[in-house]
Design a protein around this ligand. Structure first.
Ligand code: SAH
Length: 263
């Protein structure tokens, strides 16, 4: 079982997440556990203080190191050795590769910041800083939710049909292809006829084409990082020339014929 720990001052933030959908099922089936640890419980003073003013001056408050270190000592004393993340706007940008790496760890701890942030000395126990994007949240909890949701669905056994993970956007470096469900004609809007043709090879080829097209138009940067086959490159060339899939199939036939004749 994968163990996920969260250090937070708002444990209730995760209740809905733990009780909903895929995550809730994964917990019930014993594939993952999510333990929220309220760092306030590890504060030592009478008022259970977790924050304090910033040295050198400046606005707002910072999370104090002591409750966090004490909560960490507690985990270690229980024999845990989690991979430790801390949410920070300047951290490593979270993406599908990062999610995949984390899905392979046995234990993960995410330390959620609040207020103006966290005392820098906490970094001593941290493996990586993580950001979910170039914007400022009021706390690390929503970031932790996003991260855990993406990670948990990659853990074997969590998503029933592993095939569905393979066709997700980013799983092979490209964006996903368009999908349709019944009815085949909705208010005059038709499903592409290829999808109802029953020709699986053609459907596969059309989906690849659409993935490449979507990636080319929406996220060109991704194309530089994927390994493209000879067929992909041929498709991409046609996409760049604004040729339709049907025209492409015709052209491909001609190319193949020419090649044979040359031989
Ligand atoms: N003073 C900080 C912002 C603090 S926001 C600064 O100058 O950047 C409060 C907390 O929210 C942070 O400590 C961090 O844990 C979390 N947070 C804010 N934006 C985030 C983001 N984009 N990704 C991950 N965590 C974020």
């Amino acid at each position: 079982m994968k163990k996920i720990f969260l250090f937070t001052i708002f444990p209730q933030f995760f209740d809905c997440f733990k009780n909903t959908g895929i995550v809730s099922r994964a917990i019930k089936r014993g594939i993952v556990s999510i333990e929220t640890i309220n760092i306030r419980d590890f504060a030592t003073d009478k008022h259970k203080t977790v924050d304090d003013v910033v040295y050198g001056g400046g606005p707002g408050m910072l999370l104090k190191p002591e409750p966090i270190f004490r909560a960490y000592d507690y985990l270690v004393s229980k024999g845990h050795k989690p991979y430790i993340l801390i949410t920070e706007p300047w951290g490593r940008k979270f993406d599908q590769d990062f999610a995949r790496e984390l899905s392979e760890k046995d234990e993960i701890l995410i330390i959620c910041g609040r207020y103006e942030g966290i005392d820098e000395r906490v970094k001593k126990i941290v493996n990586e800083e993580v950001s979910i994007g170039d914007f400022i949240l009021s706390g690390g909890e929503p970031a932790a939710l996003v991260i855990l949701d993406a990670v948990i669905r990659l853990i074997p056994g969590v998503v029933g049909d592993r095939e569905s993970l393979k066709v997700d956007s980013f799983s092979d470096g490209l964006l996903g292809y368009p999908n349709y469900t019944r009815p085949a004609n909705f208010r005059g809007l038709e499903v592409p006829s290829i999808l109802t043709s029953g020709n699986h090879k053609l459907i596969e080829s059309w989906r690849r084409w659409e993935s490449l097209k979507r990636t080319y138009y929406k996220r060109k940067d991704l194309l530089e990082k994927v390994n493209l086959s000879e067929d992909d490159l041929m498709m991409l060339k046609a996409i760049k020339k604004n040729i339709s899939f049907e025209e492409f199939l015709e052209l491909k036939k001609k190319w193949k014929k020419n090649k044979k004749e040359k031989k």
